[in-house]
Design a protein around this ligand. Sequence first.
Ligand code: ATP
Ligand code: MG
Length: 392
Amino acid sequence: MKTLLPGAVVEGQPVTLGVMGGGQLGRMFVHAAQAMGYATAVLDPDASSPAGLVSHHHIATAYEDPQGLAQLAACSGAITTEFENVPAPALAALAHTRPVSPGAAAVAIAQDRTQEKAHFDRCGVSCAPYAVISTEAQLAAVSEDLLPGILKTARMGYDGKGQMRVSSRTVLSEAWQSLGGVACVLEKMLPLVSECSVIVARGADGTMVNFPVQDNLHRDGILAITQVMPGRVDPALEAQLVAAARAIAQGVDYVGVLCVEFFVLQGGQWVVNEMAPRPHNSGHYTMDACDQSQFDLQVRTLAGLPLVQPRQHSPAIMLNLLGDLWFNSGHEQTPAWDQVLALPGAHLHLYGKLSARKGRKMGHVNFIASTTQEVRANALKAAAILGIEAFE
Ligand code: ATP
Ligand code: MG
């Protein structure tokens, strides 16, 4: 792959990096690309998308609009994606004329839980016991062993959407009907000790680097808190999870930033949950706690620049800022950022979304400090100010 050097001028135009999708991940990618001197182009149908608002170019068409795709390809030297439900055929179409990373094949696998689990299998990484349910016969054949379980639509799920907890065969069958009888996987409900994730970045030449293991707390199926600091994750477990994430990336010849989520079980056992073919909410702490962020690495992989193993310089805690914090007893409010920013080591990131809704990701705040005690104390104070439940 040809390197796109930052600041280069091609036919009178600054070299431009393109992104499919205009959400917060696209916005942070755009910020990182611009900081390095690239121009940016975003394709997203929403006229006020978080990334579109801050990009040099915003192409406001549907993801599969041939003209929109042609426009994006015309102005971009290379194209990436920021959410996993970008239609894989659109990525494949772009790849005819421009380098696209991650590629359509890897994104297609991550978009479908059945393909994703098959990929984990091929890489020798175990996931929770499961069954595919896309027909009445498969529904009838489900083993009792998988109950209680979680029924998940094979496609288009995020933040716990398209999932139902099922305790019996009757409930399972009702749940499958209520999800529209679409292709699903039923996963056995596992007793989780914790949840972790690993972010790797892999270049077109196969070079791979990774961030340390993130310890994630989910509430109501949505990431709430990420903590990354010495002593948080057992070093032996850390080594295993990093090796698994690397194998999963390598197994699909991945190019770009990939996040792999894991469930940690009793006795040091673990299984893989899912992968996201893009930077991830659990990696937002890297923006302030590491010498390169996950978005910097996305820029580097896309532009064919060198990948250097990132270094975390400070213990970190990220608090996700959901739309719920914008409401107090039913009344809209602006959270008390002045009080939060009075705490040492606070780094606020808001995504420029004008309307808050419950469960909507509005921003995040990273805390860093020189010690784990200090970072915890300040992050807990911020949580109390904002009305986020305390955490261990
Ligand atoms: P996202 O894309 O936001 O990570 P998602 O909608 O793809 O979420 P999952 O990651 O599959 O959903 O599940 C969301 C959460 O539900 C998990 O982080 C975990 O807390 C819980 N969960 C999912 N599957 C299981 C399981 N088999 N056993 C126990 N808990 C589970
Ligand atoms: Mg998940």
